[in-house]
Design a protein around this ligand. Structure first.
Ligand code: SF4
Length: 241
């Protein structure tokens, strides 16, 4: 069966990535903050043995990718994963699931990154930003300034600096070319930071050009202008950075 490019794009938006052989797909399984329980892990193992070639890989973002699935099995894979509460997805022009470091178990972390990821996923990935953005929007969280999850490469990055105080960087990007995000002045509580994340996505939705990454929107409009809008701080505070 030959799929059109539009069909492949639609499947990619659902978490199925077509292989060049025209037959197989990889299935992206969302693993919040990289933590899966034993029941979920057993189901992933079962699914990759039943529908794939008996192996799976971990992605850079701590999700799971099950390769070598055939088109006729895609719905079965989704249904079986749903039996244990696992979902497929995390692709497309929308807010992506939060990418975190292992700050829920790392002794260096200033906060629980798993809790932060759950809040971010509920509010942004599953919430009103699930669609409708000019391009993908990545939120990256790290528990301390070691930045193991590379928050400066996120559209917006949150980095623990003091107990429950985070620095925020905006306009990062990685891929074929990469941009290091710049930090906004000051430190923020997690609650303040998440409000700024929401403002950033609203700003991007209203001011970004279709297909343009947030890094490019900031480059086009100016870091100072966007930063001033997001934080409510005077432009002069940015000019002196
Ligand atoms: S960024 Fe800090 S808290 Fe997170 S895993 Fe690395 S060292 Fe630990």
């Amino acid at each position: 069966m030959e799929l059109t490019d539009a069909e492949k794009k639609s499947l990619k938006g659902q978490g199925y990535i077509a292989y060049k052989d025209g037959v197989h797909f990889s299935c992206r399984v969302l693993i919040s903050a990289g933590k899966m329980n034993a029941r979920e892990a057993r189901k992933i193992t079962d699914v990759c043995e039943k529908y794939g070639k008996g192996s799976f890989t971990l992605t850079q973002r701590l999700n799971v990718e099950i390769p070598w699935i055939q088109y006729q099995d895609l719905d079965n894979v989704k249904r079986e994963l749903m039996e244990v509460g696992l979902a497929i997805g995390g692709t497309g022009m929308r807010a992506r699931p939060a990418h975190t470091c292992k700050g829920s178990v790392c002794q260096m972390s200033f906060f629980n990154t798993e809790d932060a990821a759950q809040v971010i996923d509920e509010r942004f990935y599953k919430g009103q930003y699930h669609e409708l953005l000019p391009n993908k929007f990545r939120i990256i969280v790290s528990g301390c300034s070691n930045g193991c999850s590379k928050p400066h490469l996120g559209c917006i990055g949150l980095q623990g600096r003091k107990p429950d105080q985070v620095a925020i960087s905006i306009g990062g990007k990685f891929g074929k070319d990469h941009v290091i995000g710049r930090e906004l002045p000051g430190l923020y509580s997690m609650s303040e930071a998440l409000d700024i994340v929401e403002k950033a996505m609203t700003y991007y939705r209203e001011n970004g050009i279709t297909g343009e990454r947030f890094a490019k929107t900031i480059e086009r409009i100016g870091f100072e202008t966007v930063g001033s809008f997001l934080t409510g701080r005077a432009l002069s505070e940015f000019n002196n950075m």
